[in-house]
Design a protein around this ligand. Structure first.
Ligand code: SF4
Length: 501
C-alpha cells in the first residue's frame, strides 16, 4: 500500500476526513501535516499526496487577504477542493454544496477521489458513524419505500448490498418496538463502573476491584441517592419507567448484600410492575454465584448477560479474564435453573491469537448453551486500551479473516433460529465491520434498540453515565453527562444532583 501524506490547510473537519481516509489507507501508511515543506518532501520520496483546501466560512476572509486557495464560501454555499498528487499525475475534485448537506457530500467527493487510488476496506461506503440504522429510520419516517431507501443507501452513501440488507432487516425488526414514540416512557441506565480486572481490549472507564475496592461502598452510597432523587423527579413529571438496564463495568462486582441494597432501592423508588425489561449485565462469570443470581431474580431482574467473549481458555487468559470456559458453562446452567426470561451472551470475533477454527469453536459452544440473545462483536483496538499500548506483542487476525468469522457466525446463528435485531459500529474495528445483536423471536432487547436509535429518553445514573433526553417533536436529543471518574462522582456529588433540576 502506498503511503499517503495529507496536507491539511484547515482542521475544522479533520475528524471526518481522518475517518474517511482510514477506509482506504491503513493508519500506519497515513500521515497528516500542515507544513508544505514536509508535504513536498514526502512527495519527492514517492508517497502519494492529498491537499485539502480551506473550506469554512471564516476562512473566506483569508482568501480576500490573498491566500492562494481555490475556495469560496457564500452564506449558504460551500465549495471545497481535494487535490490528489501522485508523481506526475494531479487530479482534483471541487465540491459545491449547501451547508446542510455539506458533511455527507464532502465525504462522498473524497471517497470518489480516493477509490481511484486505493481499494476501500469498508463495505459501509462513506458511513463512519456508530448508528447506521438511524438513517434508515429517518428515511422510513419521511415515507420512502424500501426500494427507494435501498437506492438512497446505495447512491448517496455508497453502502454495499450486503450491508443494506442488514440495515433494512434490523430497521424493520426494530420499528414495532420503537414507534410510535411514547414520550411518557423513560428508560434508566445505572452504571457500576467496577470490574474484577481490566480486560486487554477495554477502553471503558472501568475500575479494577484490585485497586479500587474500597471505593465501592462510598460509590454505592451516592448512587442510591441519585436513584432516589432521579426517580422521584421522573414520577413528578408523570413519566413511567418501563425499562431498566444496570451495566458497567461489571455490576456483579458488587457483593450480594450490596446488590440487594441497590435492587431494593430501585424497587422502593418505582413500580416494577410497569417495567417491561429489567437487565443486569452479569458480565463476567467470575463475579456470579448462586446467591447473587437469586438476589437478581428476587428483585425482578428478568434479563441477564453472561459474556464469555470467547470459549477458548488460552484466549481468556490472554485477554485478562479470571475465569475459564467451564465457569461460563456452570454459571449458565445455574442461571437457567434459577430461571431468567432472557439471557444474553456477548462474543468477540478477532481476539488476539484466534483463528477461524477457534471462532467456530466459540460459536458452537455458545449455541450449545442456548441463550436467548447472542451479540457478536468485532474486536476494536481502542486508543485507551492495554491492547493498543502493546500491539506489537499480539498477533491480530487479518480483516478478511475477521469478516469470515462474522459471516460464519451469522449463518450458524440464523441456522439456529436467531436473527439480527440491532447493530452498531465502533471506531477502530478490525475490517471496518460491525457489532450485531441476534435474538430468538420475541427476545429482542428493548433497551438495546432504544439506546441505538436515539428516539427515546434514557436517564443514566452513576459515574461515566450519559443521559439522552429526547425531544421527538424537534427531532433532537440532549446529552447530560455525569463525571467519568468514580472519585469525582463521589466528591463532587452535589454537582451531579444539581444537574437534575
Ligand atoms: S468486563 Fe467489560 S468493562 Fe470490565 S474490564 Fe472487561 S471489557 Fe472493560
Amino acid at each position: 500500500m502506498k503511503n499517503l501524506m495529507v496536507l491539511v490547510k484547515n482542521r475544522k473537519y479533520f475528524y471526518d476526513l481522518e475517518n474517511l481516509l482510514e477506509i482506504f489507507v491503513l493508519k500506519s501508511h497515513l500521515s497528516f501535516t500542515d507544513d508544505e515543506a514536509v508535504y513536498h518532501e514526502c512527495l519527492l520520496k514517492g508517497d502519494y499526496g492529498l491537499i485539502v483546501d480551506k473550506f469554512d466560512c471564516d476562512e473566506f476572509m483569508n482568501i480576500a487577504d490573498g491566500e492562494p486557495y481555490t475556495f469560496m464560501d457564500l452564506e449558504s454555499e460551500i465549495r471545497l477542493r481535494f487535490e490528489m498528487q501522485t508523481g506526475n499525475h494531479n487530479e482534483f475534485i471541487e465540491l459545491k454544496t449547501i451547508k446542510a448537506h455539506f458533511k455527507r457530500k464532502m465525504k462522498r467527493a473524497l471517497y470518489e477521489l480516493m477509490v481511484k487510488y486505493y481499494e476501500p476496506m469498508s463495505k459501509w461506503g462513506i458511513l463512519v458513524g456508530i448508528r447506521p440504522v438511524k438513517i434508515v429510520h429517518e428515511l422510513m419516517d419521511q415515507g420512502y419505500s424500501t426500494s427507494e431507501i435501498r437506492i438512497q443507501l446505495s447512491e448517496l452513501y455508497l453502502i454495499t448490498d450486503e450491508k443494506i440488507d442488514l440495515l433494512l432487516e434490523i430497521a424493520q425488526k426494530e420499528r414495532p418496538y420503537l414507534f410510535p414514540v411514547e414520550n411518557d416512557k423513560i428508560s434508566i441506565y445505572i452504571c457500576i463502573p467496577f470490574c474484577p480486572t481490566r480486560c486487554l481490549y477495554c477502553s471503558f472507564p472501568s475500575n479494577s476491584l484490585e485497586k479500587k475496592a474500597k471505593l465501592v461502598p462510598l460509590y454505592l452510597d451516592k448512587l442510591l441517592e441519585e436513584i432516589k432523587v432521579t426517580f422521584e423527579l421522573i414520577h413528578k413529571k408523570n413519566q413511567i419507567i418501563d425499562c431498566i438496564y444496570i451495566g458497567g463495568g461489571t455490576p456483579t462486582s458488587l457483593d450480594s448484600t450490596q446488590m440487594a441494597l441497590l435492587l431494593e432501592t430501585i424497587q422502593n423508588a418505582t413500580d416494577l410492575s410497569l417495567v417491561k425489561e429489567f437487565t443486569v449485565e452479569a458480565g463476567r462469570p467470575d463475579t456470579i454465584d448462586e446467591t447473587k443470581l437469586r438476589v437478581l431474580k428476587k428483585y425482578g431482574v428478568d434479563r441477564i448477560c453472561i459474556n464469555p467473549q470467547t470459549m477458548n481458555d488460552k484466549t481468556l487468559k490472554l485477554i485478562g479474564r479470571n475465569h475459564v470456559v467451564s465457569d461460563i458453562q456452570k454459571v449458565m446452567q445455574l442461571a437457567k435453573t434459577i430461571g431468567f426470561r432472557s439471557i444474553n451472551m456477548d462474543l468477540i470475533m478477532g481476539l488476539p491469537e484466534e483463528d477461524i477454527e477457534l471462532a467456530r469453536h466459540t460459536i458452537k459452544e455458545t449455541l450449545k448453551l442456548d441463550p436467548e440473545n447472542i451479540t457478536i462483536h468485532t474486536l476494536a483496538v481502542k486508543r485507551a486500551s492495554r491492547l493498543n499500548e502493546s500491539l506489537e506483542n499480539f498477533e491480530l487476525s487479518h480483516d478478511h479473516t475477521v469478516e469470515t468469522m462474522m459471516h460464519e457466525s451469522e449463518s450458524a446463528l440464523r441456522g439456529s433460529g436467531y436473527t439480527p435485531y440491532y447493530m452498531y459500529r465502533q471506531k477502530k474495528m478490525i475490517g471496518h465491520l460491525e457489532n450485531v445483536g441476534y435474538a430468538k423471536r420475541g427476545y429482542e432487547s428493548l433497551y438495546n434498540m432504544r439506546i441505538m436509535e436515539e428516539r427515546h429518553t434514557i436517564m443514566a445514573l452513576g459515574a461515566g453515565a450519559v443521559s439522552k433526553i429526547c425531544f421527538p417533536e424537534e427531532n433532537r436529543f440532549e446529552r447530560v453527562a455525569n463525571f467519568k471518574g468514580v472519585e469525582d462522582y463521589i466528591t463532587r456529588f452535589e454537582e451531579v444532583l444539581a444537574k437534575k433540576y
